[in-house]
Design a protein around this ligand. Structure first.
Ligand code: IPM
Ligand code: MN
Length: 351
């Protein structure tokens, strides 16, 4: 029995999560596994009513689930940072989801803005460190609002945090049916303390994985290669901030936010799966948002729950849905409503 906590969240979150749950249910019927869900109401609406983001007992409760399925967090009436830090980052940090796994895979039939590139060229995974770096919240401000204002925001990199992320990336690369190539993405020419630690750790760990080819690229160069030669990549490992940035670029080359999903992974605890686009408040409630990213997040969740066959079949059903019905991944341009897209995936899943 898989116990799944569902945090639909803000904006279009509830709409896309509903489609993900439809697919989960269809997968359970077809592949005969049992699951139960429980909804949690964290998000902007609750915050505006009660002033609460996440209560300590709620985080404790979440630890007893096998996975968390998250829609989106972010509300136009709440100051930037409050919900992101109070809910999303709080969950990632407290549940020690130290990996943010973001596949960049162009499915057949999906249009990429990269001219001349196809599904064979765009198929790699970014392993983003998810608990440290610039996201750790270290720093402060002095004399704020005066001409003498000082703002410091520091990147925290621990040997333990860096090493566990790099080890995860090597193991992941070894298991993945890919090119067996791991690229470290950093900025050793400027961030000479942080990425010195990353590079030394990477090289030390690499010695234990002679079957994995390794290389290094600066983050700016990675942005260039992701556009010019995405086929070079198999697995990329990087810090929290660079991982955040390059995975938005990755989402674009795989067809947009409508299809991009990720997992916040604690290999020994509870992991959380989410579409990586935001809450898109301007599309909320209109039935125009693309649910495929949430459905792909559900697919990753199934894989992590050990439902490999179901996960593979969901991916196939998503690919068929796109190939046969969807020209444009963008909100309002799919030619189908949010609900119809979910229904199509369910239909192909049953075949
Ligand atoms: C993401 C998002 C978050 C991040 C924000 C909402 C805090 O952009 O999941 O990539 O920066 O990690
Ligand atoms: Mn991001």
């Amino acid at each position: 029995m898989h116990r799944i906590a569902v945090v639909a969240g803000d904006g279009t979150g509830p709409e896309v999560i509903a489609e993900g749950l439809k697919v989960l249910d269809a997968a359970a019927r077809r592949f005969k596994f049992r699951y139960e869900t429980r909804a949690f109401d964290f998000g902007g609406e609750r915050y505006l009513k009660t002033g609460e983001t996440l209560l300590p007992n709620e985080i404790e409760e979440l630890r007893s689930f096998n996975a968390i399925f998250l829609g989106a967090i972010g509300h136009p009436k709440v100051k930037a940072g409050v919900l992101e830090q109070g809910i999303l980052l709080k969950l990632r940090f407290t549940l020690d989801q130290y990996i943010n796994l973001r596949p960049v895979k162009l499915l057949p039939g999906v249009e990429t803005p990269l001219k001349g590139k196809g599904p064979d060229d765009i198929d790699f995974v970014v392993v983003r460190e998810n608990t440290e770096g610039l996201y750790a919240g270290a720093g402060g401000t002095l004399r704020r609002g005066t001409p003498d204002e000082v703002a410091v925001q520091e990147s925290i990199n621990t040997r333990k945090g860096v090493e566990r992320c790099i080890r995860y990336a090597f193991d992941f690369c070894r298991k993945r049916a890919g090119k067996k190539k791991l690229t470290l993405c950093g900025k050793t020419n400027v961030l000479t303390y942080a990425f010195d630690l990353w590079e030394r750790t990477f090289n030390e760990v690499a010695a234990e994985y002679p079957d994995i080819e390794t290389n290094y690229a600066h983050v700016d160069a990675i942005c260039m290669w992701m556009v010019k030669n995405p086929e070079w990549f198999d697995v990329i490992v990087t810090d929290n901030m660079f991982g955040d940035i390059i995975t938005d670029l990755g989402a674009m080359i795989q067809g947009g936010m409508g299809i991009a999903a990720g997992g916040n992974i604690n290999p020994a605890g509870v992991s959380m799966f989410e579409p990586i686009g935001g809450s898109a408040p301007k599309y909320a409630g209109k039935g125009v948002i693309n649910p495929l990213a949430a459905i792909c997040a559900c697919q990753m969740m199934l894989d992590f729950l050990g439902e490999r066959e179901a996960a593979a079949k969901v991916e196939e059903a998503v690919a068929k849905t796109i190939k046969n019905h969807i020209k444009d991944m963008g909100a309002g341009r799919m030619g189908h409503t949010t609900g119809e897209v979910g229904d199509l995936v369910v239909k192909y899943l049953a075949e």
